[in-house]
Design a protein around this ligand. Structure first.
Ligand SMILES: Nc1ncnc2c1ncn2[C@@H]1O[C@H](COP(=O)(O)OP(=O)(O)OP(=O)(O)O)[C@@H](O)[C@H]1O
Ligand SMILES: [Mg+2]
Length: 486
């Protein structure tokens, strides 16, 4: 849990005039101020990447403090103004950094400097960021806290990153490690019992009882989640991130690709090395088809081919017998809507390929119940059954959209009278009439032939399990509400 950020808010003395204008907040009082000072120093010295990194860190701190402030807090407006100023600076600097990087060529100079300058301004008159600031910054996970009294460590870190030519890549990938727990759990995920069991067998059990999972029982290294959009591929990966005690890298094409020749492969290599170093770890690659489509196509760029080759090599390296047991504990989870476009060699490496299907009747019913119970409604058991029946072919996210639309029904009914309502309790209930209307507005988003295509693909290449909620270990079961009015 993140610590409360209330201490970031400068205390107001009793009876003191509250500052309300942009100019009343002293820049040195605002959260993240030490980073902002460092950043402006870097900027003066033309170290744009250093400035960029420090502004980013300052902005993160200021954002968290801003979110913590109640909306009527006198500093709210000041923080908002400062935030927008600093965000503009970050944007402007990101362009300059790009330019600086391009000039530095392949040596990766500016990125390298960027990581160093974040905490290593030993000559800085304002001093490094305070260790309090450091604690609050989620984006510095894995970076040693700065020691205010001793610059020796900072110099040591600088030396370390000079020795390590991949330091810039590591810094970039550090940003893709999910440090805080995403706000979802397996109980929120309806259906998907086979996906849950596969994850249980491959990730959770082996972590709990490693001594049982040796030899033939050694867990596979790759799980591919495929299926129509909006049914929980990304969501379930977030559940894994929040429930397992692993380092979780959430990677997308933009984290790995680069416009500089040779950099993308190095990023891929660095990713796997970091995953091994920080094992047990999970590399989750969302929309994996955008990175690893079949090789040899006419329009395939040379760089894209090299990324795929590097991926295959690194994947094989993960389970190599030369590695220690700990280094072997790296799992790769891929998610895609287009499994047929993946390279065959990539597909082979994902030993479990699991369809994340459209929700069946029970899953639709459960999802409807879970979503609607959060709002005032007078739907009966029969109503829920009826809506579940009528939403055949709807994806989970279609159902979510349907519920959102129906929830707007009572507001639409009120028309201009809405201005007379001040509390949510006064708004009338959602009824079946609203759902009937919304069923005309919100339609299923995946065409039937496309769905059939996924089922056919699953028959050919998928790992097929048939499980119900009750077959799962209790901690993975979805929340099931009892029938209405019982
Ligand atoms: N099985 C599910 N149970 C409950 N809610 C779900 C489920 N699947 C999807 N949702 C809802 O739909 C939203 C979108 O789901 P998600 O992003 O995981 O889909 P996806 O399969 O990754 O889609 P895409 O292929 O387009 O990336 C989720 O944030 C969640 O609110
Ligand atoms: Mg997704």
């Amino acid at each position: 849990m993140a610590q409360p950020l209330s201490w970031f808010v400068p205390e107001l003395k009793e009876n003191e005039e509250t500052p309300v204008t942009n100019d009343n907040t002293n820049e040195s009082d605002i959260p993240g101020s030490s980073f902002f000072k460092l950043a402006s120093e870097c900027e003066l010295n033309n170290d744009f990447s250093g400035a960029f990194a420090n502004y980013q860190k300052g902005v993160k701190l200021l954002e968290s403090a801003f979110d913590e402030l109640p909306s009527d807090h006198p500093f709210k407006e000041n923080y908002r103004n400062k935030l927008s100023d600093f965000r503009v600076k970050v944007l402007r600097l990101s362009k300059k950094t790009d330019l600086q990087h391009r000039r530095a060529g392949q040596s990766g100079g500016s990125h390298h400097r960027r990581t160093q300058s974040t905490f290593t301004s030993s000559n800085s008159q304002t001093g490094p960021p305070s260790s309090d600031d450091w604690k609050k910054d989620d984006y510095t996970k894995g970076v040693e806290p700065p020691d205010q009294n001793n610059n020796h460590d900072n110099k040591k870190n600088q030396k370390k990153s000079e020795d390590n030519p991949d330091a810039a890549f590591e810094a970039r990938l550090e940003e893709d490690i999910i440090a805080e727990s995403p706000n979802v759990s397996f109980a929120d995920v309806l259906g998907l019992n086979s996906v849950k069991l596969a994850l249980y067998e491959t990730v959770i059990l082996p972590a709990l009882k490693p001594q049982l999972f040796t030899g033939l029982r050694e867990p596979g290294m790759g799980i591919l989640l495929f299926g129509p959009p909006g049914n929980g591929k990304t969501m379930i990966a977030k559940c894994v991130a929040s429930s397992c005690q692993c380092t979780f890298f959430s990677i997308s094409a933009s984290s790995i690709t680069s416009k500089f020749v040779g950099e993308a492969e190095r990023l891929m290599r660095t990713l796997f090395r970091m995953a091994r170093d920080k094992a047990p770890s999970i590399i989750f690659i969302d929309e994996i088809d955008s990175l690893l489509t079949a090789r040899g196509g006419k329009s395939e760029a040379e760089s894209s081919r090299r990324i795929k080759t590097e991926f295959l090599v690194q994947f094989d390296g993960v389970g190599a017998s030369t590695q220690t047991n700990q280094e072997k504990q790296v799992l790769i989870i891929g998610a895609t809507n287009l499994p047929e476009e993946l390279d065959d060699a990539v597909l082979r490496r994902f030993s479990k390929r699991i369809l994340v299907p459209q929700p069946d009747f029970d899953a639709r019913y459960g999802l409807l119940r879970n979503l609607v119970q959060k709002q005032k409604n007078n739907l009966s058991e029969e109503d829920f059954q009826l809506i579940s029946k009528k939403t055949d072919r709807y994806s989970c996210s279609d159902i979510k959209n349907l519920c959102k639309d129906a929830a707007m029904g009572p507001i639409r009914d009120l028309g201009v009278n809405i201005v007379n309502f001040s509390s949510e309790d006064e708004v009338p209930d959602i009824t079946i009439k609203h759902f009937e209307q919304s069923l005309k507005n919100v339609r299923a988003s995946v065409p039937p032939d496309r769905l059939q295509h996924y089922y056919d693909y699953n028959k050919k290449y998928g790992s097929i399990f048939n499980l119900s909620n009750i077959d799962l270990p209790p901690e993975l079961r979805a929340t099931e509400l009892p029938p209405v009015n019982m």
